[in-house]
Design a protein. Structure first.
Length: 87
């Protein structure tokens, strides 16, 4: 649980401090690494609220980053059930 909280805090701080070409990959890596990282949608909505459509490449939708993170989460849920972890 502490890793998940630390990961969420790192993503949150990267959203506040770094440019978009750093915090969007950090958010995507967090979604992939942590199972069921539904906080990623809230963090993506935070990005949309702060920066709005300031990212020209994602400005087609009003909540575009949130939408893409939701799609990533939906695609990863069935993949996680098929992948075995041998750790």
């Amino acid at each position: 649980m502490s890793r998940r909280l630390t990961g969420s805090l790192i993503v949150f701080l990267s959203i506040l401090i770094f440019p978009y070409w750093i915090y969007i990959p950090v958010l995507c890596v967090a979604v992939i690494v942590f199972p069921f990282f539904w906080e990623g949608i809230l963090l993506a909505m935070f990005i949309d609220f702060i920066y709005g459509s300031g990212i020209e490449s994602f400005s087609a939708l009003p909540f575009s980053v949130s939408f893409y993170i939701l799609i990533l989460l939906i695609l990863l849920v069935p993949l996680r059930t098929r992948i075995r972890s041998y750790v």
